[in-house]
Structure formats: C-alpha cells, structure tokens
Ligand binder design. Structure first.
Ligand SMILES: O=C1O[C@H](COP(=O)(O)O)[C@@H](O)[C@H](O)[C@H]1O
Length: 238
C-alpha cells in the first residue's frame, strides 16, 4: 500500500491524474486498451478538473462504473449523467459517451446488476477467473464506504457476484449497483483520492487504528492500492 499526503485538493488532482496517465499509457502500450472503473461523488470533480490536462489516446479507453445509482441519466444523482454533462458534452476530453459502459435503465437493481456483470464479462479480460480492470478510481465516504459497499452491510461478504444490487443504501439514493470485493481486489491497481477535513477521522481509523472498514478492505491481491490524501484529510495520520 502506498499512502501519499500532498498539500491540498489541487495536488490530489495532480497526483491522481499523473497516476491515471501512467497507468493508461502503459496499458495501451502493452495491450492496446485501457479498462478503467470510475466512482461518483468527489472523484467526478477531481477528474473533470484533471483529465483534460493529461496526454493519452482516449480513443483506447473503456470506462466502467465502480458503482452507479439507479436513477435516470438526467437525475443529478446519476454518476454517468454527471460525467456525461461535465466531461463529454463539454468536450473537455476527447471521450465519447459510448466509451462509458453504462448501467441498464428501468429495470430492478438485481436485473441491472446481472446485466452489468454480463457486460463486464464480455469486455474485460479475466485473470485468471475474475475480470481484471487496469485501474479502479475509488472514493471514500466519511463513514468509510467505498463504491456502494457500506459499513456493516451484508454485501461486504459477497463472494460470488461480480456486481451486486443494493436497495437499502444508507446514503441516498437507496437503489444502486456496485462492484464487489472479489472483482475490486482482482484489479491491477486501485487508487483512492481523498480531500478535506471531514475525511480526517476516517483516514485515521483506517490507516492508524487499522479498523476493518469497507475502504480498508481494498487490497488487490496482485496489484497495488494507492491512497492520495491532502493535508486536511491526512491531519490525524501521525
Ligand atoms: O455515494 C457514493 O459515495 C462515494 C464517496 O463519495 P465522496 O463524495 O465522499 O467522495 C463514491 O466513491 C461512490 O462512487 C458514490 O456512489
């Protein structure tokens, strides 16, 4: 695990996007494609600000969702909706909407999760039996959740589904789908980008007190997990 404390939110964005650039370009050089999973929440604003500054062949990118809220795309809570509006429609980066592997609309959470799992099966090479993303970009909520994996929730123990439905998310909206730990921990690399003093206590609980919170369970078996935190979020690390 690599924990890097940087000056401020801007520096988090710079570090995060340098890591993305390097991962994307080495994936494209070695196999001609880059399969990346994105999260919602604060990560969207980091990427909207940082991605336009990196150099990569964006046509080789395929973008998946580490989790998605089951709301219409034009709802402000839709993670795809926000990326589409702020990153694609603005032309900020050379990505088209169809490079995002979106979640089926207008069906139950269970059906949406199953359909997304099948899309992943078709598009992401398995290594050896589970899909292996090149990079997963993760956020951590102030309660220690990541993706839509919340403290104390039964989904933390999911071992067979790659993508799971959740209809009782403690953070609204309640209905979502999420990658599960077997898939997350099979990624080549995962990165958390965390900024702000409201995250400081949780960073301490995970990295100093070693509490087994959802974000702490991100430990890729054959890859690296990076934590990029700013000084406010990392204030209680020592
Ligand atoms: O609900 C969600 O929250 C987490 C954390 O969001 P943040 O705004 O505290 O960074 C996010 O990573 C996840 O994708 C999202 O659905």
């Amino acid at each position: 695990m690599v924990v890097k404390v940087v000056e401020d939110r801007e520096a988090v964005i710079t570090e995060l996007c340098a890591l993305i650039e390097s991962s994307a370009n080495s994936s494209i050089a070695s196999k001609g494609s880059f399969n990346v999973g994105v999260s919602g929440g604060s990560l969207v604003t980091f990427l909207v600000s940082g991605l336009p500054k990196i150099h990569s062949d964006f046509s080789k990118w395929k973008i998946f969702f580490c989790d998605e809220r089951l709301v219409p795309v034009d709802d402000p809570e839709s993670t795809f909706g926000v990326y589409k509006t702020k990153l694609v429609d603005t032309g900020a980066v050379n990505l088209s909407a169809d490079q995002f592997v979106t979640v089926k609309q207008g069906v139950s959470a269970l059906e949406a999760a199953k359909a997304y799992e099948n899309q992943i099966k078709d598009l992401v090479p398995a290594n050896p039996l589970l899909p292996q993303f090149d990079l997963l970009l993760l956020g951590m909520g102030p309660d220690g959740h990541t993706c839509s994996l919340f403290p104390g929730h039964e989904l933390l123990n999911e071992t067979s589904a790659w993508v799971a439905p959740i209809t009782d998310s403690p953070k609204p909206p309640p209905s979502r789908i999420t990658l599960t730990f077997p898939v997350i921990n099979n990624a080549k690399a995962c990165v958390f980008a965390v900024s702000g003093k409201e995250k400081a206590e949780m960073i301490q609980r995970i990295h100093v007190l070693k509490e087994n919170l959802p974000a702490a369970r991100v430990q890729p078996t054959a890859g690296e997990v990076y934590w990029i935190v700013d000084k406010e979020a990392g204030a209680l690390l020592n």
